[in-house]
Ligand binder design. Structure first.
Ligand code: AAT
Length: 275
């Protein structure tokens, strides 16, 4: 019998994936967690029926959410990831030799454990001595840390239930305070195609707090709309003004210095949202 996973990407439109095998399915304290193996995208982490990351296309998201801010900051030493229990962002952060410490603050310990077990290609750096893992709510964690991180990366689920508070002005204020005086933050900020109002609101919330705020885009096949937005807020450095000729070679599959410049070039319908 054929098994298919259906993700409702938006009311009235869904993506379906042929599933070879379900490796784990459990109700955690916070969400319905599954890791399944699929024909086309390989293994994938699914939370509350929504695809979070897949072996085949995770590189796009994890490279872009990390290397854009880390190559904008001239000397990032201490980095925080909120969410991101799969470890993909941590793996990319630790490719930067300047980084001394990367803290992961993930609310759901089961995500970390199951990804370590079934997605080793993604979670492989979680055991690195420079990585410190904290299981708890990112909202609380960020409130309790001041003037500490050079870069904060919000690698969160969509803005509902446990992740709702990770989108918006109150959280961004706490992030501003948790950053050092030339710190930078970046967040995954959903699909401008299906959720233009969300992108617009979140961007304006960030713009009210950070002196430099920019939106950039990347093509991610398994995320709704296939074309995903990230919002970057910076106290000092402008990510669009980086001297990309000075960016050192890194082992990546999507990110290049040219992409660093190009990802900030927005189609007209997205420009309208961040005017
Ligand atoms: N690296 C790509 C995967 C993710 S998963 C996002 C993680 O955020 C989940 O493991 C979830 O448990 C965690 N999370 C949610 N809310 C909080 C919180 N309040 N504090 C800390 N961690 C939290 C991102 C996928 C993007 C999907 C786009 N459709």
């Amino acid at each position: 019998m054929e098994m298919w996973l259906k993700e409702m990407q938006i009311e009235g439109a869904a993506m379906t994936y042929k599933v070879k095998e379900t490796l784990v399915r459990k109700k955690t304290q916070y969400q319905d967690l599954a890791i399944v193996d699929t024909d086309v995208f390989g293994r994938m982490l699914v939370l509350d029926g929504i695809v979070q990351t897949t072996i085949k296309d995770e590189f796009v998201y994890h490279e872009m959410i990390t290397h854009i801010p880390l190559f904008t900051h001239p000397n990032p030493k201490k980095v925080l990831v909120v969410g991101g229990g799969d470890g993909g962002a941590i793996r990319e952060i630790l490719k930067h030799p300047s980084v001394e410490k990367a803290v992961l603050c993930e609310i759901d310990g089961d995500v970390i454990e199951e990804c370590k077990k079934y997605l080793p290609e993604i979670s492989c750096a979680l055991d690195d001595p420079r990585c410190e893992i904290f299981v708890g709510d990112g909202i609380q964690y960020v409130k309790e840390h001041k003037n500490e991180f050079d870069v904060i990366i919000v690698d969160s689920t969509d803005p509902f239930s446990i992740a709702e508070g990770l989108f918006g002005g109150n959280f961004y204020k706490d992030i501003y305070n948790a950053l050092t005086e030339d710190g930078i933050f970046v967040a995954q900020t959903e699909t401008p195609f299906y959720l233009p109002e969300t992108v617009k609101k979140v961007f304006n919330d960030a713009r009210n707090i950070f002196p430099v705020t920019k939106l950039f885009m990347a093509a991610i096949p398994t995320y709704p709309g296939g074309y995903w937005s990230f919002t970057i807020g910076s106290k000092k450095y402008d990510p669009t003004q980086v001297d990309t000729t000075k960016i050192p070679e890194l082992d990546t599959k999507y990110y290049t210095p040219e992409i660093h410049k190009a990802c900030f070039v927005l189609p007209k319908y997205i420009q309208e949202l961040v005017k």
